[in-house]
Write a protein that binds this ligand. Structure first.
Ligand SMILES: [Fe+2]
Ligand SMILES: [Fe+2]
Length: 381
């Protein structure tokens, strides 16, 4: 990790990239994974509901916007995974061409349309599987927050998030089982990030790691998946999941904005470092290692050939959009500016600071409430 004055950025360099990508989940057959959560359970005897009005309002909203993953989604939809794989493969070919990726002398030199379509097909399975595992991480984090947060309004709200996340795990697992063609184990780097978030003993770090960083990125990536998928079932599933996720990110912003006002600059620096390291890990390490392994390609080789350079990533609008929620939310929490703008300078190196004045997520959960919108539309019919 860097110090305040340091200029080095912990982005994987060319050598370490191959080493990082060469690591895949080696206990993929294990059914159970255990993490020590190092936390005290905090009781509060102050039951004043509404003491924190914004959290109480969020809790009331959450109670009214619950949906049922079994009955509220069109599970009868027929999904043509192959046809979507064909269009994904075409988009990937255009990206390789635009980047001038040289495949001569590599295993990919012999690949034709069939192989690239097979890869795009597997990438769908891999991506949906990582959404599923990330959702289970969120389930565990929100349950931990119920125990560790000292405020009753936050315990009430977090308990609704536990139900939301259970529903998300349920619907992604069902989509994979019924509409895709195979589960993947959790990506080793995603699992390590979730483990690090869950094992930190400080209650606010669960929020910072999950609600601000992982769910901020998830909200942006679900939005992109929603924009490109032709599947009406997945679109509806993602619309509803995103409505819930907007509340979860708001929960993080509203809770931490209060708590971070009391922290010293030194304590804030620890939060800035934690946020930046999570950002770099999410951007640079989630590279479908397990998919390459299943396709018989050494993941380190694939990473070396296809990984975008930091310069390409900094200019890639999709990479940047992944941070469009995280950066304004960090600003709202005071994390961009503390310690002479330590985090802003680091986000500058990722090319994402321009999002700082985009809407933060403390209120847009109301705009994003697709469940209520559908109910109003249905009752008006
Ligand atoms: Fe979720
Ligand atoms: Fe969530």
């Amino acid at each position: 990790m860097t110090d305040v004055a340091g200029t080095d950025v912990p982005t994987a360099g060319a050598d370490s990239l191959e080493a990082l990508m060469g690591r895949t989940n080696s206990d993929a057959d294990a059914v159970i994974h255990t993490v020590r959560d190092n936390a005290d359970v905090i009781f509060t005897w102050s039951y004043d509901k509404g003491e924190r009005a914004s959290l109480s309002k969020l809790y009331e909203k959450a109670k009214g916007s619950q949906w049922n993953g079994t009955t509220d989604l069109p599970w009868e939809t027929e999904v043509d995974q192959e046809s979507f794989a064909r269009s994904l493969a075409q988009m990937d070919a255009q990206t390789r061409e635009a980047r001038g990726t040289d495949l001569s002398g590599t295993v990919f030199a012999k690949w034709g349309t069939r192989e690239w379509e097979a890869q795009a097909f597997e990438l769908q399975n891999w991506t949906l599987s990582q959404f599923l595992h990330g959702e289970q991480g969120a389930l565990a984090c929100s349950a931990k927050i119920v125990e560790t947060v000292p405020w009753i309004d936050a315990k009430y709200y977090a308990s609704t998030q536990v139900m939301d996340e259970a529903r998300h795990v349920e619907v992604f697992a069902r989509y994979l089982d019924e509409k895709m063609s195979g589960h993947y184990p959790v990506n080793v780097h995603l699992r390590e990030l979730l483990d690090d978030i869950l094992s930190d003993s400080r209650w606010d770090m669960t929020y910072l790691g999950m609600q601000i960083m992982v769910e901020g990125l998830a909200l942006a990536s679900f939005g992109m998946a929603h924009a490109v998928t032709p599947c009406p079932l997945l679109r509806q599933l993602l619309r509803y999941v995103m409505s819930d996720e907007a509340r979860h990110v708001a929960f993080g912003v509203l809770s931490l904005a209060e708590y971070y006002q009391q922290l010293t600059e030194a304590e804030l620096l620890e939060r800035q470092e934690f946020a930046f390291e999570a950002a770099v890990r999410m951007r640079d390490r989630f590279m479908a290692q397990e998919m390459w392994e299943r396709l018989g390609v050494p993941p380190g080789d694939a990473a070396r050939i296809f990984a975008a350079t930091p310069e390409q990533k900094n200019k890639d609008p999709f990479q940047q959009l992944l941070f469009s929620k995280i950066v304004p939310n960090c600003k709202k929490l005071g994390l961009l500016d503390a310690n002479d703008g330590w985090l802003r300078k680091r986000f500058d190196t990722l090319g994402v600071s321009q999002f700082e004045d985009w809407a933060d997520t403390s209120t847009d959960y109301e705009v994003l409430d697709e469940v209520s919108k559908d109910r109003s539309a249905a009752s008006a019919d």
